[in-house]
Write a protein that binds this ligand. Structure first.
Ligand code: BG6
Length: 489
């Protein structure tokens, strides 16, 4: 019988006083504590450069929990229980001698230990070398890294190579927090547990699919970072391509890491590279200009604090992707994502084909097929647009459309949907890699994005502009219209 991996109850967080730690990870630990899911023996060691005591660090965590845990969930008793698990170690990651301090802090802690690198990728190797130098790594240790893994294919390979010096693939957890979102995981259930959808999920029944990830936030004080990245690398390379994989993949033979990841890899392999001939119809980039969201004036990207007014980094992209395989041949997957748009909306819209022969009221002859909306934000749920006859004696051959809707919060009587990080943290502890990216997925995604960038660079495509608070540039409407399709608003 296969040996099950050992559960980890020791968690080390590098970059413990950073934004990710306070805004996402600590609140996620809080929610897990609140749900009683954590073993009594679980311990968390925060590692950061700041020269503060454990008590001072714990105070900072309490402040962060007060800020980022919703008030209806906050509970002093839960907070105290979590705080007791947390230790702190001040460490200059570049100083090899400082790793002894980590060693002392971890003395007596149970193995295997999970190491979460919430730090810039240029420090990954240094930290791995440091951990190796104190001889703390075992075959069961886990190393956790966040997307984006690198800046392009070459740099992602470099990072993967560095990690593989000390860790095998089964020990590396590459996080894309979208995979931790319940509604994203629900794509698998929706598709493969409902014969109504599984039987129609192909090019015979589906006309086109949209993925929209519109954000109303801007660069939020991280202009320098974002300008070197752009929306394609920030949102498409991992989050959106992962959504696309889950929408398009074949049913995995098993619902485990190997089964799911190998089907996602096949989708990425079948993703048609954008060519010089179709760049204009497949990829547009834009930048936000001065405008307003709900009466609040906001500066354009080039007028943000710390901006370089010459920057050509995109804050919006719109893509037509195609998957060349039996299931999806001829079905366009339209993607649009941008910062500082009218509102935060994350949704997948599946447009089914309409019936070939039409027998109803001539006024509705151009009736579109049914539409399935899978919404991640602002609500988490699904909605299917169906046609019915309006009631009334004078309405006998007319048609109306209404949504059949499921709001997961209401139907499952949840107070709020857990953040993606909770399930990911639990999975790290129990060594389940199903919701983490394998090396091949990361590299294939970069390969596809690098190629799109290269084609765009070589073409005479212009960087379009859109006002803050809009739905993106006008060109993104024309882009989809050219194919006789339209965005679902
Ligand atoms: C992050 C990006 O990975 O995802 C951010 O770096 C983006 O720029 C965020 O805002 C979006 O995540 P969510 O969960 O709010 O849709």
């Amino acid at each position: 019988m296969e040996n099950l991996p050992q559960k980890s109850n020791s968690f080390v967080l590098f970059g413990a006083s950073g934004d990710l730690s306070f805004r996402k990870l600590m609140p996620a630990w809080f929610y897990l504590e609140r749900s009683g899911k954590l073993d009594d023996s679980l311990k968390i060691l925060g590692v950061a450069r700041q020269d503060i005591t454990t008590e001072q660090f714990q105070e900072k965590v309490i402040d962060a929990l007060n800020l980022y845990v919703s008030s209806e969930y906050f509970d002093d008793e839960v907070c105290n229980k979590l705080i007791k698990r947390i230790d702190y170690c001040c460490c200059d990651l570049q100083n090899p001698d400082d790793y002894q301090k980590i060693n002392s802090s971890l003395s007596g802690w149970s193995k295997p230990i999970a190491y979460y690198l919430a730090i810039p990728p240029n420090l990954f190797e240094t930290v791995c070398d440091g951990l190796n130098s104190i001889q703390i790594l075992t075959n069961e240790s886990r190393i956790v890294v966040e997307k984006p893994i690198g800046y392009n294919l070459d740099s992602s390979r470099e990072i993967n190579d560095k990690l593989s010096k000390y860790f095998s693939e089964s020990q590396i957890y590459r996080i894309d927090h979208y995979l931790g979102k319940e509604t994203v995981q629900n794509l698998i259930t929706l598709r493969f547990a409902n014969s109504l959808f599984s039987s129609q999920w192909n090019s015979k029944s589906i006309e086109y699919i949209e993925i929209t990830a519109a954000e109303s936030v801007g660069i939020e004080g991280r202009w320098g970072y974002f300008d070197g990245v752009g929306q394609m690398r920030d949102m498409v390379q991992s989050h959106i391509l992962q959504l696309l994989c889950l929408i398009a993949m074949e049913p995995p033979s098993r619902l485990n890491d190997e089964g799911i990841r190998s089907e996602k890899v096949k989708v990425l392999q079948a993703l048609r590279p954008i060519t010089d001939d179709d760049i204009a119809d497949s990829f547009i980039k834009a930048q936000y200009a001065d405008g307003q969201i709900l009466d609040n004036k906001k500066p354009g990207y080039l007028n943000e604090e710390g901006a370089n007014s010459e920057s050509t980094t995109e804050t919006f992209v719109c893509i037509k992707a195609q998957i060349e395989n039996w299931r999806w041949s001829g079905v366009p997957f339209y993607v649009r994502t941008g910062k500082r748009m009218a509102s935060k909306t994350t949704q997948i819209v599946v447009h089914f084909k309409s019936d070939g022969h039409y027998i109803f009221d001539r006024n509705h002859e151009d009736l579109e097929g049914n539409t399935l909306i899978i919404s991640l934000h602002p609500i988490e749920g699904i909605s299917l647009k169906v046609y019915t006859k309006p009631h009334g004696v004078d309405q006998h051959m007319s048609i109306r459309s209404d949504p059949m809707s499921l709001d997961f919060i209401k139907t499952q009587q949840l107070l709020n949907i857990p953040s993606g990080y909770q399930s990911l943290l639990m999975d790290i502890l129990i060594a389940d890699q199903s919701l983490f990216l394998c090396k091949e997925e990361v590299e294939l995604s970069w390969e596809w994005c690098d190629n799109a960038f290269e084609r765009w660079q070589k073409s005479s495509q212009v960087l379009y502009s859109y006002p803050v608070g809009s739905n993106g540039p006008l060109e993104s409407e024309l882009f989809i219209k050219k194919n006789g399709h339209k965005w679902h608003e």
